[in-house]
Design a protein around this ligand. Structure first.
Ligand SMILES: [Zn+2]
Ligand SMILES: [Zn+2]
Length: 244
């Protein structure tokens, strides 16, 4: 399958010089998707069909509710609820109509959950926004490696960036192994590893200085780079942005 190339958003995100290129991309993507689904598009049938079926995860329900477009959220919630009620009723009815399996000899064979329970479990992980973000993220990774292979300036830009959070570093190492030849992967690593370690070392210093500043003997010392060291460290470690 050919991946779409998104060189503009990738280069734009790189210019923002955030703590992690992919976190920057993700944040923009999430905002765009929420705007999109709460904008006029909630009336478009194909999208509504998908949100009806998939619903949203906890995080995205919370975000959408916070966006103040209560009518948009209510419309989507109403039709998703209708879809869930229909599915659940037929699964529960079917289950109620089944004869209870004889316990005993064959008890072990019947350990899978009931269809209704499995449907509900699947619904917990189901989210229209997460799905869209995931598929766009795949394209961004494709673009990243496309630029890496084709444009030496891109490699320079990465060298001068702040590197990646641990979650996205893991993703890059995994994807790099899959997408690059052994020699190209070794070269990739020779750029990414020192970049990442340098950033992590600096971050350690900043967090430790932040801690020192709590000591009254250091209270008049300059903050250096440590004022926002804690949120930066949390983003680096957990790929989340925390705000005051
Ligand atoms: Zn990240
Ligand atoms: Zn979600």
């Amino acid at each position: 399958m050919k991946e779409e190339l998104y060189t503009i958003p990738v280069n734009e995100a790189l210019e923002q010089d955030g703590e992690c290129l992919f976190c920057t991309l993700n944040k923009k993507l999430e905002a765009d998707i929420l705007n999109y689904i709460l904008g006029p598009s909630y009336m478009e049938e194909d999208i509504r069909g998908e949100t009806d079926k998939l619903g949203f995860c906890k995080k995205h329900y919370r975000q959408m509710y916070g966006e103040q477009n209560r009518l948009g959220v209510a419309l989507m919630t109403s039709t998703h609820l209708k879809h869930v009620r229909g599915e659940l009723k037929s699964l529960l009815d079917r289950e109620a109509a089944q004869k209870p399996a004889k316990k005993g000899l064959f008890k072990k064979a019947d350990e899978s959950g009931s269809p209704a329970q499995e449907y509900l479990a699947g619904l917990e992980d189901s989210c229209y926004a997460c799905n869209r973000m995931e598929s766009r993220m795949k394209s961004y990774i494709g673009t990243f490696f496309h630029l890496w292979k084709k444009e030496p300036e891109f490699i320079e830009k990465i060298k001068n960036s702040k590197g990646f959070c641990l979650e996205h570093l893991e993703m890059l190492l995994r994807e790099g192994k899959n997408r690059l030849s052994d020699a190209a992967y070794a070269e990739f690593l020779s750029v990414i590893a020192p970049l990442e370690m340098k950033q992590l070392d600096a971050l350690q210093e900043d967090v430790d200085w932040f801690i020192q500043k709590f000591d009254y003997r250091f209270k008049d010392e300059p903050w250096k780079n440590s004022k926002d060291a804690l949120p930066r460290a949390i983003q680096r470690l957990a790929a989340i942005e925390v705000e005051d």
